[in-house]
Design a protein around this ligand. Structure first.
Ligand SMILES: [Zn+2]
Length: 147
């Protein structure tokens, strides 16, 4: 029972997050509309950058919402067929409706884009920094002076 309760709580949290993100998208749309109107009234005002920033933010929010929807399905033991958008059991290798073959990764937990970025950033930090030999630099400078 406790396990079921915690799962319901997790799903509730995801749903709340989707709601919050939808509200943010609405706010951004309002702002974009106001910015555009401001420019329409006064041609000297350039709001392109402000509008683009908000459009990028909206794109990210839509992406986050898609991921949250997948996470909710995962908690319910389901996954979405990428071809026909039908909900399938996580274990299915093929979509029961359209026969689309699932990526084997599709039965695993959805990894958020932010987590991907983190994973991509980590090995980079471990890369060895190329050390420039001071002596070589000095020698090169000398050669240039001579020419
Ligand atoms: Zn399908």
């Amino acid at each position: 029972m406790a396990l079921f309760d915690s799962k319901a709580k997790i799903i509730q949290g995801y749903e709340k997050s989707i709601n919050d993100k939808n509200l943010s998208i609405k706010r951004y749309y309002d702002e974009i509309g106001r910015l555009y109107y401001g420019q329409y009234k006064d041609n000297n005002v350039d709001v392109t950058k402000d509008i683009n920033n908000r459009c990028d933010a909206v794109t990210k929010l839509y992406r986050d919402i898609e991921e949250l929807k997948h996470k909710i399905l995962f908690e319910k033991g389901l996954k979405l067929c990428p071809a026909c958008k039908t909900e399938n059991n996580l274990e299915y290798a093929f979509c029961f409706k359209c026969g689309n073959k699932f990526d084997p990764e599709s039965s695993k937990r959805v990894i958020m884009a932010d987590e991907y970025e983190q994973m991509a950033a980590e090995p980079e930090a471990e890369d060895e920094v190329e050390v420039i030999d001071d002596e070589d630099v000095v020698e090169e400078e000398k050669t240039e002076d001579e020419e």
